[in-house]
Design a protein around this ligand. Structure first.
Ligand SMILES: [Zn+2]
Length: 182
């Protein structure tokens, strides 16, 4: 279900003359209220161990319950992207982020309770202080480090995470190839 099927009335005056004039833009023909369904930023953190394995978590709740993902979540209002990334790593897997390098972004239409929310995920490669603190929160069923060459992308919960892992693997392969040539 998308927003034009959910939103029928103007949230300011209650008028039913509230058409979706452009995708995700509603305009009240009675009180001129402009209502935009903005794209929400999400953050995604790829963390690797010393052997090069990527931290995958099995999701403990929907959407994507039981499938693999990597730590991440939504950016709160008045929060920076970096702070959101550090917060999600702390909340989901109890890791302290010390540095992050931007990798890529990808749309992630997010189906929640029957409605698709527009989200764009910002994907980072993260460095953490130590992996010794690693532990799963309630949102996380389990976690494991998987060699990038052995990640089954069909088992990854979201297209944005699949895209991020693909980019990460490509980048890693090109770094390894360069090192071999030197
Ligand atoms: Zn109105």
């Amino acid at each position: 279900m998308n927003f034009s099927q959910v939103i029928e009335y103007c949230p300011r005056c209650g008028s039913d003359s509230f058409p979706e004039k452009a995708p995700h833009f509603f305009l009240c023909e009675d009180c001129d209220f402009h209502f935009h369904i903005n794209c929400t930023p999400g953050v995604v953190g790829i963390v690797a161990d010393n052997a090069g394995g990527v931290l995958l978590i099995r999701r403990g709740k929907d959407p994507g319950k039981g499938k693999f993902s990597v730590p991440g979540g939504f950016v709160d209002s008045n929060e920076t992207i970096e702070a959101a990334l550090a917060r999600e790593l702390r909340e989901e897997v109890n890791l302290e982020m010390v540095a992050a390098e931007y990798l890529s972004s990808y749309p992630n239409p997010y189906l929640y309770r029957g409605v698709v929310f527009p989200v764009v995920d910002l994907i980072f490669v993260c460095e953490v202080r130590t992996l010794e603190t690693l532990s799963a929160s309630d949102e996380v069923e389990s976690f494991e480090f998987v060699d990038p060459a052995e990640i089954d992308l069909n088992e990854i919960a979201f297209p944005s995470i699949r895209h991020g892992l693909e980019r990460y693997i490509q980048k890693r392969v090109s770094i390894l190839t360069r090192q071999k040539e030197q």
